[in-house]
Design a protein around this ligand. Structure first.
Ligand SMILES: Nc1nc2c(c(=O)[nH]1)N[C@H]1C(S)=C(S)[C@@H](COP(=O)(O)OP(=O)(O)OC[C@H]3O[C@@H](n4cnc5c(=O)[nH]c(N)nc54)[C@H](O)[C@@H]3O)O[C@H]1N2
Ligand SMILES: Nc1nc2c(c(=O)[nH]1)N[C@H]1C(S)=C(S)[C@@H](COP(=O)(O)OP(=O)(O)OC[C@H]3O[C@@H](n4cnc5c(=O)[nH]c(N)nc54)[C@H](O)[C@@H]3O)O[C@H]1N2
Ligand code: SF4
Ligand SMILES: [Mo]
Length: 575
């Protein structure tokens, strides 16, 4: 890779958004100080020069009227957004006093640091956990986006990787199942378009809704929401009935058994049609397409995480390439995320050596019930009295909005929101603190949708008094008297990025900035599970050990056809 050309107005970065594409970016820096245009890196084989419209116009976000550029103190009732500016010194004093008061009066678990993935930067996103763990504050179960999908994927494969997403360009059939990449990760469409142009590949979309992706597909199967497991079982039935399965592959690489086969025998296309609302013909046609195409690439989306039945559905879908043996073919198999390629040692960033598992764990999706004092969610512990929110906007994105808003409006809750813009959540804060945007700080980025580890160096100075997440966490640690508990509390963000990379065997941060990215892809054999799946015996699990995968695993079906009970909301909350 060519070294960084400092004379150029075009510099390099990575998109920080919670989007599996994690695009390699080229950012124009005007006069050495201002952000100009943004474009996708042509040289990155996944980004391939394409980015979405919103990030192409990012400079507007940096300088938008909604940008917060100074610390703000609440002056009116909660939620009304009335604030007046204060100095950082006063803001830090007040933040420290508010957290300290909660800890003194109700114990450390009454402080609940709350975050998500507004930035996907490994240093800026996850450092809040370092403060949490050193204080023994309440822990947070990260359930809002991927939990069901990840559990369902892992249940069968025992691994977090899968066939390289660039191979979509070499597939003959691409099934986009529970995703809408036209809107949510445009780069998937780049590689699908290549396959369609060069190989005449067919695009099939399985989605209850006629999404933008469904609208451009060759075939759209609009099943009822939450019925994907039944569709997959119906397809499996046809594959077995019509001799389209690879018996040798099943024997060598899975736990396939007469009991599983017998269960599939009861999942006729008529049975699946009744549940999914699709026609028997459509299910039969899908089965033929999957059974007769070696290079059938199933791109799984996060939409399957949006239903109670999501983990079960995702697992049922991954059974299909196992039945046909298509996992082993280039351009074949199924793919959800490459998340485990990067093996980053996050001990320093997250304070993993300070975790106390006896501290209370609260499900982030239940923030409404937690803040309104539900004893079950509070697990018999103290009420939440203080929160620090970074990288998320729960007033809008968390379920049970009315309870969330009632909780955020509590007069006795001390709420600190560190934000780039005035969000609905920030409007409820006692203190709003101004945060940097990605080109204003240094960070490291891994990708779920592809295989590159990237650097995102600081390119311009932040406006006003915006400060990084890392800086704020370290300032609070110092004032709360715990900064001596981890070296990370006194490192700069560059030092922490550097130490994290070096400890993980990826070289220095400076090297990564110069190289722009490292392609961490595994060998083709490994990502196609050609020597076996992730479990110790190398066999894909048609019958997962659900209880070993999470708290509610005992309620999951043990055989195809026994569908997950829909009335039990808890059953879906695994892990
Ligand atoms: N109704 C509905 N609700 C949903 C979903 C849905 O589809 N519909 N999707 C769900 C899913 S999948 C997810 S992942 C969640 C996402 O929900 P959120 O995590 O809330 O989503 P984002 O908008 O990505 O990020 C939130 C905030 O982070 C801030 N931010 C970005 N970078 C930084 C930074 O460096 N520092 C600080 N301090 N702040 C920063 C942004 O300004 C933004 O306001 O929503 C979930 N909720
Ligand atoms: N522009 C934009 N891009 C984004 C985001 C954003 O806010 N805006 N958010 C980012 C985040 S945090 C995430 S997690 C990803 C999510 O991106 P995707 O993986 O595309 O997931 P979703 O958009 O949640 O849902 C995709 C599709 O799943 C369908 N779906 C819902 N229920 C079911 C079901 O039961 N079965 C099936 N088969 N389909 C179902 C929905 O109709 C939807 O069209 O996008 C990221 N990209
Ligand atoms: S497609 Fe996703 S990763 Fe790429 S620029 Fe847009 S938000 Fe960022
Ligand atoms: Mo998400």
């Amino acid at each position: 890779m060519a070294p960084l050309d400092l004379s150029s107005a075009w510099r390099f970065s990575a998109c920080p958004h919670d989007c599996p594409s994690t695009c390699a970016l080229e950012v124009e820096v005007l006069d050495g100080t201002r952000m100009g245009r943004v474009r996708g890196a042509e040289a990155n084989p996944y980004t391939a020069g394409v980015i979405c419209a919103k990030v192409a116009r990012y400079a507007e976000r940096l300088t938008g009227a909604n940008r917060i550029t100074e610390p703000l103190l609440r002056t009116g009732p909660k939620g009304t957004g009335q604030f007046h500016p204060i100095s950082w010194e006063e803001a830090l004093d007040r933040a420290t006093a508010g957290i300290q008061h909660a800890i003194t009066t109700h114990g450390p678990e009454s402080f609940w640091p709350y975050y998500y993935a507004g930035t996907m930067g490994q240093v800026q996103r996850d450092g809040i956990n370092r403060l949490r763990h050193v204080l023994k504050a309440s822990r947070m179960d990260k359930t809002i986006c991927t939990r069901l999908a990840e559990t369902g994927w892992y249940a069968g494969t025992g691994a977090w990787g899968g066939p390289d997403s660039r191979e979509m360009a070499e597939a003959d059939v691409i099934l986009v199942w529970g995703g809408n990449p036209v809107a949510t990760q445009v780069n998937v469409m780049t590689h699908i378009t290549t396959a369609r142009k060069t190989r005449g590949a067919q695009l099939v979309v399985i989605d209850p809704y006629r999404s933008g992706t469904a609208a451009v597909a060759d075939l759209h199967l609009a099943l009822r929401p939450g019925t994907d497991d039944a569709l997959a079982h119906g397809v499996a039935h046809c594959l077995l009935r019509d001799g389209l399965v690879d018996r040798d592959y099943l024997a060598q690489f899975s736990d396939f058994s007469p009991a599983v086969e017998d269960a599939y025998r009861r999942c006729s296309p008529a049975w699946a049609a009744e549940i999914t609302g699709l026609s028997v013909d459509a299910i039969e046609a899908l089965a033929r397409l999957i059974g007769e195409t070696q290079r059938c690439y199933i791109r799984l989306g996060y939409g399957l995480s949006r239903t109670r039945n999501g983990a079960n559905a995702l697992h049922a879908i991954t059974c299909l390439p196992t039945l046909t043996g298509s996992w082993r073919h280039r351009g074949g198999g199924a793919f959800w995320s490459q998340r485990d390629l990067y093996h980053l040692d996050k001990t320093l960033v997250e304070g993993l050596d300070m975790v106390d598992r006896s501290t209370r764990l609260i499900d982030m999706c239940l923030i409404g019930r937690a803040l309104t004092g539900d004893p079950e969610v509070l697990a018999g512990g103290p009420p939440i009295q203080a929160m620090l929110v970074q990288n998320t906007n729960p007033a809008v994105v968390a379920p049970n909005t009315s309870a969330v808003l009632a909780g955020l409006a509590r007069e006795d809750l001390f709420l600190i929101v560190h934000e780039q813009v005035m969000t609905d959540t920030a409007r409820y804060a006692d203190l709003v603190l101004p945060a940097t945007m990605f080109v204003e700080h240094d960070d490291l980025y891994t990708a779920g949708g592809h295989t590159h580890l990237q650097a995102g160096p600081k390119l311009v100075d932040p406006p006003g008094q915006c400060r990084t997440n890392h800086w704020l966490i370290n300032q609070l640690a110092e004032r709360l008297g715990v900064a001596d508990r981890s070296p990370a509390f006194t490192m700069t963000d560059v030092e922490l990025a550097d130490a994290t990379l070096t400890r993980s065997g990826w070289g220095s941060y400076g090297d990564l900035v110069a190289a722009r990215w490292i392609d961490c892809a595994r060998s083709e054999d490994a990502c196609h599970f050609r020597a076996g799946f992730g479990w110790p015996d190398g066999r894909f699990r048609f019958q997962p050990d659900w209880p070993a995968l999470g708290r509610f695993g005992g309620e999951m079906p043990t055989l195809p056809m026994k569908r997950q009970p829909h009335k039990r909301a808890k059953a879906a909350r695994l892990c």
